[in-house]
Design a binder for this molecule. Structure first.
Ligand code: NAP
Length: 488
């Protein structure tokens, strides 16, 4: 069974609230936040509505904006019931017991805790249920991903008679909002309240395909921190949609590797991509690591096999993929710039190609360490002109927003092919200058998409249709760039 969607509308005036109410395109319910308007007018908010509504007038003491007297608030909620509102939201702590008793079947009894998950969460929920309210809503601040677990346990107790809406506030609580059906929630809220972690209706409906998510939908995600600017959710969700796999992919920000592990194992996630800063820390926590990931010293993918977590690293194979049809590396001189995580994966990939590899990095000790794992040479910070056939940039130099930077001056681009792992922008200054100098070029987007393809296939056994993931990645990168430019 899927969960319902409730779109929250806030506004400066009742007239604007009504306009925004009527502009909602796809929702099962609309929450009218009377506390946000300067002229709360119940009739004005309710008249002519086309969808069922929840009337909420959240007081400042529960995180809302209503600062008037409690009698006035009670009067507004009472009037909403009299005028036929499908639901009114009543704070458990408000002590409006008379109102709850009178119209229990139309009351959403709510409790917000902005400090975190209270120790007595279950007791509170039990007491709230005992009032007979139609729906018990619990919204608590999340300080780590595994804070979602007590809500999932609570949700497992909801029944048709005891309906619940369970929300984890903040970025760590994203699973509770998207996977409302899995958390036993009757509905999820969407809207403009991004500060408490609300997603927009568009994000829920189009990006996460909320209408198709049920309690048994497979859950995949990105383990990392931060995860907001990753394009992986866009790529994988597009691929799940295109291949009709009943699964969803979430950005799963975790406080640390243990936090991710706790959540992931208890929640039964089917797989995860792993990014900074957990590529090494989660390596230590999984049950099995592939030979390639072992050589690289880091994982980027986890697959759950029953209760076991098997991990691999798709970066090495993905790095080679775009080279396959362009150049034979045997006997070529390859200069690798940088000695971080990507350089290690690239070095391991190159070690099987018969190329002569030199690592160039500002940290010589790190360059030596990478070189040693594959028997490569160590060069100076910059590869000398004429010393390489293939140049691979494994530093972030040239990445958005510093797209004007380049790791190697144009005059020194003397080789055959330049491969820039940077994927935002998709064409970097290094690539432009290399093209002008007559080199072939490859951008980081191809590798990014190839590693996602590998992950997807490993998880599902299905090769996603050509172009689906790439198009999704390009769209997402453009959105991020547009948004940041706008913010700046
Ligand atoms: P990382 O672990 O932080 O390593 C970055 C390397 O670049 C380090 O050796 C670092 O040196 C060096 N570096 C950073 N800034 C530098 C500067 N201004 N001058 C000289 N050297 C500098 O990062 P990573 O994970 O390897 O990622 C590197 C780049 O590759 C990023 O742009 C990332 O987005 C990209 N990448 C792309 C893909 C893909 O699929 N296309 C996959 C992985 C990574 P220090 O250690 O001295 O700081």
């Amino acid at each position: 069974m899927t969960a319902q969607l409730c779109v929250t509308v806030t506004a400066g005036t009742t007239a604007e609230l009504r306009r925004k109410r009527d502009a909602v395109v796809d929702a099962d319910l609309v929450e009218l936040r009377l506390d946000t308007v300067s002229d709360p007018d119940v009739a004005g908010a309710l008249n002519g509505r086309r969808r069922p509504v929840i009337v909420t007038c959240r007081p400042a003491w529960e995180g809302g904006q209503f600062r008037g007297a409690e009698e006035d608030r009670l009067r507004l909620l009472d009037e909403a019931l009299v005028r036929g509102a499908e639901f009114v939201d009543v704070e458990w702590r408000a002590g409006f017991g008379g109102l709850v008793d009178r119209a229990a079947d139309r009351v959403v009894l709510s409790m917000h805790d902005f400090n975190g998950v209270p120790d007595d969460l279950v007791d509170r929920a039990t007491a709230m249920r005992a009032t007979g309210a139609a729906v018990v809503k619990v919204a608590v601040a999340m300080h780590r991903l595994s804070d979602c677990l007590p809500l999932a346990a609570l949700g497992a107790q909801s029944t048709h008679r005891h309906r619940a809406v369970l929300i984890g506030m903040g970025e760590f609580g994203l699973p509770t909002r998207v996977l409302a059906a899995r958390f036993g929630s009757q509905w999820t809220y969407a809207g403009e309240l991004g500060t408490v972690g609300q997603l927009t209706p568009g994000e829920l409906l189009d990006f996460y395909r909320f209408r198709s998510l049920t309690a048994v939908t497979g859950v995949y995600g990105l383990a990392g921190s931060p995860v907001t600017h990753s394009v992986s959710p866009a790529m994988h969700n597009a691929a799940f949609q295109a291949t009709d796999v009943d699964a969803v992919y979430l950005p799963l920000r975790a406080a640390d590797a243990l936090d991710f592990e706790r959540f992931g194992r208890a929640f039964g996630i089917k797989g995860a991509s792993v990014t900074i800063p957990f590529k090494v820390a989660l390596f230590e926590r999984v049950d099995e690591v592939s030979a390639v990931a072992r050589r690289i010293g880091a994982i980027n993918t986890i697959r759950a096999e029953g209760g076991r977590w098997v991990a691999g690293n798709t970066d090495a194979a993905a790095f080679l993929e775009p080279l396959r049809d362009r150049v034979s590396l045997a006997g070529k001189r390859v200069a690798v710039l940088g000695a971080g995580g990507a350089a290690r994966a690239v070095a391991v990939a190159l070690s099987s190609t018969g190329a002569a590899i030199t690592i160039h990095a500002r940290n010589v000790a790190q360059a030596e360490e990478v070189a040693m794992t594959i028997g490569a040479a160590v060069g100076g910070l910059q590869p000398a002109p004429g010393s390489w056939d293939v140049l691979v940039n494994c530093t972030p130099i040239g990445m958005y927003p510093r797209a004007g930077d380049t790791p190697v001056p144009a005059a020194q681009l003397t080789g055959e092919l330049v491969y820039d792992l940077v994927y935002n922008p998709t064409t970097t200054r290094l690539m432009r200058e290399a093209e002008r100098a007559g080199c072939q070029t490859i951008g980081g987007l191809e590798m990014l998409v190839a590693q996602a393809h590998e992950q997807f296939e490993w998880w599902t056994g299905i090769r996603p249709p050509i172009g689906i993931m790439k198009d999704a990645a390009v769209r997402r990168l453009a959105e991020f760039t547009r948004h940041e430019d706008h913010v700046v």
